[in-house]
Design a protein around this ligand. Structure first.
Ligand code: HEM
Length: 399
């Protein structure tokens, strides 16, 4: 069996996913000490079935974020979810945060629109979601660069598979710097709240419970990683997929109403998050394999999203496919698994969708004849999270 922690796997996980699904849909992997699960039916069950709780992420997340919603289960999780989720509802986004999203896309695009060339990952998609989060929180826009540095350090920490001690130390330093920056601001917002996201988090109350200053700081730290890296990769993957399929790019350019479909198909075909860990609280069986209570299950989103039992011709990027639901991404019936399902279903899914739709529209306006730069061949990078390493583009600047 291919090893999910190897250079061959990182180069082309989709080939390995095919082998797993067909030959060993549930197999024991020594390296991660987990049962690796690859079929759509099994991965969606691991997300939906109440038997599965979130895996023990503390060792990975605690040193850099503190204790976040992702590490919680049961009632504790439900309360925390109730405290944060209302701030990410559609009405909030439309009424309060859409102008923030549009302004940030415009500022980044204005910096390169006259150049006729852009490296989309480094000049747009890495910055856009972080700048949006900073502004939604009501923090100082002059601090975008400082948050970008913290964001880079946090995702390096989370992706530090080789346990590089310098990367680990930088991650812990970032936790301390973010705390020193955020805690005094949180204290001030409690005294004098506004209508920004940070104030909403300070005021949120469920059954008499509020978040502590430390909880809010940890949530802000999580937002940088969970909301930044994923949306970053989704935007660049959307463009990489469309550029690799010029007929579909032409269709989207003509009819911007196709962007949501192109985004949903991007999340199915090239999801930003490829793997999620879960733990069954009881003995359970998946694809005929017995999994003992308390063991770790690695659910392969990237493999499930290309399961031929669920999607016809799954290795083909096709925004017009009829077997992908795009309209109900926020109900448990959503079908691609890129946002997970069930209790930990992505809190920021609607924000991500809004950012990508606004960003893609404005990018297409600024780059009417966008094409890959001469000689460029984009390569996907990453194992747990994955997306184009770089995307050099050329275009004729709009008049
Ligand atoms: C949870 C994917 C954007 C905030 C998740 C999970 C996935 C995911 C797979 C489940 C994690 C798990 O169960 O271990 C994505 C993708 C995105 C995206 C693919 C972009 C295309 C965002 C944004 C935000 C966000 C923009 C907020 C700013 C969160 C939070 C959770 C979460 C707070 C934890 C929810 C919980 O534990 O109940 N996301 N996400 N995400 N996401 Fe996203």
């Amino acid at each position: 069996m291919p090893d999910i922690v190897s250079a061959e796997f990182a180069a082309d996980p989709y080939a390995a996913y095919r082998i797993f699904r067909e030959n060993a849909p549930v197999y024991w992997h020594e390296g991660t000490q987990s049962y690796v699960v690859s079929r759509y039916e099994d991965v969606s069950r691991a997300f939906r079935d109440q038997i599965f709780t979130t895996a023990n992420y503390d060792w990975q997340l605690e040193p850099v974020h503190g204790r976040t919603i992702l590490q919680l289960s049961g009632r504790e999780h439900a309360v925390r979810r109730g405290l944060v989720a209302p701030a990410f509802r559609g009405s909030e986004l439309q009424e309060r945060f859409l102008p923030v999203i549009e302004r940030n896309a415009r500022t980044l695009i204005d910096a390169f629109r006259a150049d006729g060339r852009v490296e989309l990952v480094g000049q747009f998609s890495t910055h856009f979601p972080i700048n949006v989060i900073v502004d939604m929180l009501g923090l100082d826009q002059a601090d975008h660069a400082r948050f970008q540095k913290w964001y880079t350090s946090i995702i390096a920490f989370l992706g530090n598979l080789t346990q590089d001690p310098d990367v680990a130390a930088a991650g812990v330093r970032t936790r301390d710097e973010l705390a020193a920056y955020m805690l005094p601001i949180i204290a001030r917002r409690r005294e004098d709240p506004g209508d920004d996201l940070l104030s909403k988090l300070c005021l949120a109350e469920v059954d008499g419970t509020r978040m502590s200053d430390e909880d809010i700081k940890a949530f802000v730290s999580l937002l940088l990683a969970a909301g930044g890296e994923t949306t970053d990769k989704a935007i660049s993957a959307l463009f990489a997929n469309l550029l690799a399929h010029p007929d579909q790019l032409a269709a989207v350019r003509e009819d911007r109403g196709l962007i949501p479909q192109a985004f949903a198909e991007t999340l199915r075909f090239t999801p930003p998050v490829h793997m999620i860990m879960r733990q069954p609280a009881e003995d359970v069986e998946l694809s005929g394999v017995a999994i003992p209570a308390g063991s770790t299950v690695t659910a392969l989103i990237g493999a499930a999203n290309r399961d031929p039992d669920r999607y016809a011709d799954p290795d083909r990027f096709d925004l017009f496919r009829s077997d992908l639901t795009t309209t109900n991404a926020f109900s448990a019936a959503a079908d691609h698994l890129a946002f997970a399902l069930g209790r930990h279903f992505c809190v920021g899914a609607l924000l991500a969708k809004t950012e990508v739709e606004v960003g893609a529209n404005m990018l297409l306006d600024a780059m009417p004849d966008v094409r890959l730069a001469e000689g460029a061949a984009p390569v996907e990078r990453g194992v747990f999270t994955r997306g184009p390493g770089a995307l050099p583009l050329e275009f004729t600047p709009a008049a």
